[in-house]
Design a protein around this ligand. Structure first.
Ligand SMILES: [Zn+2]
Length: 294
């Protein structure tokens, strides 16, 4: 799985899905049933979008999350009904975030669509959320009126921003809202040295490791963390978390395999650091009351 994953290109979903499913099959990563002694995990990057609801109905989706041994999942969906279906099924497990997309088609056009704000206001009036995202936002687009308004909505409610962005957009978001807490999706698909530099200049930035494989290689059940990533994790032990990224319905069947993969490479870190990246950092950012209870 040592490969550099590109930033989003046009319709990358299917290609990525096949690539990672194939990688999982090669690595022989079978879903791991929840069992005593299996390290807990919090998956900070789950989507349950419209095309997943029939293929993996809510009860089955929650069972997949539980079978993977997850203690929490940060979930968003296009549209938001998917998140609400899962939340109703498992309020203890599902930490909801509001995605500014009514369908997957909004991914590339939402930044210029004012109807998105009306949609978000309706959902925010009806449901409770911990975050806003995951949204795709690059460079100067962060200054457009619709993203600015989205940031204002999040700010009024103290919500975490979950940004699939380049470092430039992260800088711009913090300029708009210096006290924001931002979860940087996929660590920006940036190199570990660059990620560490962005973390250093923004103390209220966290990073998920969803849909990347360059931070560690796994052979069977044995994982090895890349040295440059290890240095980033050690320099910023409180800021990284794991995530599967179920951007297509089929990827729901990879959640267990991804958990096994995560446990394998986390085992190559000192246990306190592995626990932080595995679940403690996500609990502290996304469910601070639960984190205090341990
Ligand atoms: Zn995503």
């Amino acid at each position: 799985m040592r490969r550099h994953l590109p930033m989003d290109a046009a319709d990358p979903d299917r290609r990525r899905c096949l690539t990672q499913a194939a990688a999982a099959a090669l690595l022989g990563l079978a879903p791991m049933a929840r069992a005593a002694g299996v390290p807990a995990l919090f998956d900070a990057h789950i989507h349950y979008s419209h095309d997943a609801w029939e293929l993996v109905p809510p009860k089955q989706a929650v069972q997949i999350l539980r079978d993977a041994g997850l203690r929490g999942a940060f979930v968003s969906s296009s549209n938001d009904d998917g998140t609400q279906k899962l939340r109703a099924e498992a309020p203890d497990l599902i930490v909801p975030e509001l995605r500014p997309y009514r369908s997957r088609a909004d991914t590339s056009v939402w930044v210029r669509d004012e109807a998105i704000i009306t949609y978000m206001e309706q959902r925010l009036a009806k449901y409770t959320y911990v975050g806003v995202g995951e949204f795709h936002l690059y460079g100067a687009d962060a200054e457009l009126p619709v993203p600015r308004r989205m940031v204002a909505l999040a700010r009024e409610r103290g919500l975490v921003l979950h940004a699939h962005s380049d470092a430039d957009a992260i800088d711009r978001l913090f300029r708009q809202w210096p006290e924001a807490r931002i979860l940087w999706a996929h660590s920006g698909f940036d190199r570990p040295e660059a990620v560490a530099a962005v973390l250093k200049r923004h103390p209220r930035l966290w990073c998920d490791l969803a849909f990347r494989g360059d931070h560690a290689s796994v052979n069977g059940s044995k994982g090895q963390v890349d040295p440059a990533w290890r240095a980033a994790f050690e320099a910023h032990p409180d800021r990284f978390m794991i995530g599967t990224d179920t951007f297509t319905p089929e990827r729901w069947h990879y959640i267990g395999g991804h958990a096994a993969y995560s446990r394998a490479w986390l085992a190559d870190l000192p246990p306190p650091l592995a626990e932080k990246i595995g679940w403690r950092n996500a609990e502290a950012l996304l469910r601070p009351a639960a984190a205090a209870k341990g």
